[in-house]
Design a binder for this molecule. Structure first.
Ligand code: F6R
Length: 240
């Protein structure tokens, strides 16, 4: 496990973008696992700048997003489909057919989960998985629980997640369920990068990096991952 601590959000984003650039330059068909939320936005911005400068291309990239809200129209301003297009995909040369985002309106969630896992396998597995972390230690939408989850499934969001994310739902009601890759799906990625910034993430980072490995802090399982790097600012790292 590597822990990198940065003085500025910009330095963190550039170093994290370096990891993506290195993969995109060396692998013919890179497979990325992507996250939404505030944490990855500066990194996506850095990647867009590098694409615009002609340094990298997403032409042969395949992506799989971690999660999506259930029963939110795909084009809702708060859907993760919209988020990813606004914050990355619309600004680079990725092919829409290579973008995979879970369907939160699927008629059969079990079938949706199965076919998502099959698509990841068919793509050769995830080379680089980007993660944020919830203040409760969730990764993807794997909420604190009594067991670790295996593969993609539908989850009831915890009160902590509803509190954190309902700020984005100004005039609408935040969904109570989401479909998310499981802990097993995340752990299968060849390389994992986790970004956390701000004091409100400090306790989750302490529990995840230094605490017991327990489904009560889902991110703590990353201690078992053979290639994981934490990208932290000083506030998020302050309890380490
Ligand atoms: C988002 C996701 C979540 C977020 C986490 C942190 O796709 O899977 O686990 O990474 O909730 O969110 P932010 O970055 O907004 O603090």
């Amino acid at each position: 496990m590597k822990v990198l601590v940065f003085d500025t959000a910009e330095a963190l984003a550039q170093r994290c973008a370096d990891e993506f650039s290195a993969l995109l330059r060396t692998k013919t068909t890179p497979v990325l696992g992507l996250a939404t939320g505030a944490s990855p936005v500066p990194t996506y911005k850095a990647l867009i700048e590098r694409y615009t400068a002609g340094e990298i291309s997403f032409r042969n990239v395949t992506t799989f997003n971690l999660d999506e809200y259930c029963e939110l129209p795909r084009n809702d301003k708060n859907s993760y489909y919209t988020f990813m297009h606004e914050n990355l995909f619309d600004h680079v040369d990725i092919k829409e057919e290579n973008v995979h985002i879970l369907n939160g309106n699927a008629p059969d969630f079990e079938a949706e989960a199965k076919s998502y896992e099959a698509d990841i396998r068919a793509a050769g597995g995830i080379d680089l998985q980007l993660l944020g972390i919830g203040t409760n230690g969730h990764i993807g939408f794997n909420e604190p629980d009594v067991k670790f989850t295996k593969s993609t499934f539908v989850v009831e969001l915890s009160q902590s997640t509803v509190n954190s994310n309902s700020i984005y739902f100004e005039n609408s009601v935040m969904p109570k369920h989401a479909i998310t890759m499981g802990i097993g799906s995340i752990m299968a990625a060849k390389k994992v990068l986790l970004i956390a910034t701000g004091q409100k993430k400090a306790e989750a980072i302490r529990a995840c990096v230094r605490g017991d490995i327990t489904p009560a802090c889902p991110a703590s399982i990353l201690q078992f991952h053979p290639d994981v790097t934490f990208f932290l600012d000083r506030d998020a790292a302050k309890l380490l």
